[in-house]
Design a protein around this ligand. Structure first.
Ligand code: AP5
Length: 224
């Protein structure tokens, strides 16, 4: 397979970040996560962060004018020429059209949009039990994926924290926004033949195995 341009898609808490960490180990591709980029901007107090914070805290999407150019430029950069793992973008029709137009101009294409499918009833439990590395954002779960040492990231020992937008009331809002703004992109990408569904209710290892199998099939199809 030449380029591996992957979009990880799914509702809040579906396991996109969890699978991204494994896919990064597999493929050594740049990982571009809009949520992580925005949270870093908030932490650093940049202009972007100051503009984005209120939207994020409320569980709303950050306005398109703050994210579209930023992300399209990022995945068009030289280090993404062999591919990338994109998480959290696109989240509405305008963002999807922006990637489509930019890639058409560059004569590149999305390899696959991997939908990690999890019903709403499982998501709240997953998100409220999530803890993330304060440094890298790597996710853990207090019950299903605890770190080896409580409160510390396995990779670099950084402190584990709870995200500001992981409170139950904000999670409910994020789910509403997902269903209204983002879910319609499932049929958008299905019609383009790019959507691949993965059952996200299985264990992280089973989900990862399924994604690997999907990518192996795509590779075979490309070689035909
Ligand atoms: P973002 O950071 O992108 O959050 P999200 O899409 O809501 O997704 P999450 O990070 O909550 O979940 P995930 O799917 O990565 O799950 P994870 O692997 O951590 O966005 C945050 C905010 O930024 C948005 O609300 C918005 O304001 C703004 N924003 C971002 N992008 C934007 C854009 N393009 N436009 C506008 N605004 C934007 O897993 C969750 C938990 O479940 C973990 O504890 C994990 O250990 C556990 N888990 C994972 N997999 C499994 C499994 N298979 N079984 C059991 N537990 C599992």
């Amino acid at each position: 397979m030449r380029e591996l341009n992957l979009i990880l898609f799914g509702p809040p808490g579906a396991g996109k970040g969890t699978q991204a960490a494994r896919l990064q180990d597999d493929f050594r591709l740049p990982y571009v996560a809009t949520g992580d980029i925005l949270r870093a901007a908030v932490k650093d107090g940049t202009e972007l962060g100051r503009a984005a914070k209120a939207f994020m805290d409320a569980g709303d999407l950050v306005p398109d004018e703050l994210v579209i150019d930023l992300i399209v430029e990022r995945i068009s950069a030289d280090d993404c020429l062999d591919g990338f793992i994109l998480d959290g973008f696109p989240r509405n029709r305008a963002q999807a059209d922006a990637i489509g137009a930019a890639f058409e101009k560059l004569e590149r294409r999305i390899t696959a949009v991997l939908l990690i499918d999890v019903p709403d009833e499982d998501l709240l439990r997953r998100i409220t039990g999530r803890r993330v590395s304060a440094k890298t954002g790597r996710p853990y779960h207090i019950d299903t994926d605890p770190p080896k040492h409580e409160g510390r990231c396995d990779i670099d020992g950084s402190r584990l924290i709870q995200r500001d937008d992981d409170r139950p009331d904000v999670v409910t809002k994020r789910l509403e926004v997902y269903h209204r703004e983002t879910e319609p992109l499932i049929s958008y990408y299905d019609e383009k033949g790019l959507l691949r569904r993965v059952d996200g209710t299985r264990s992280p290892t089973e989900v990862h195995d399924h994604i690997r199998a999907v990518l192996a099939t795509l590779r075979l199809e490309e070689d035909l």
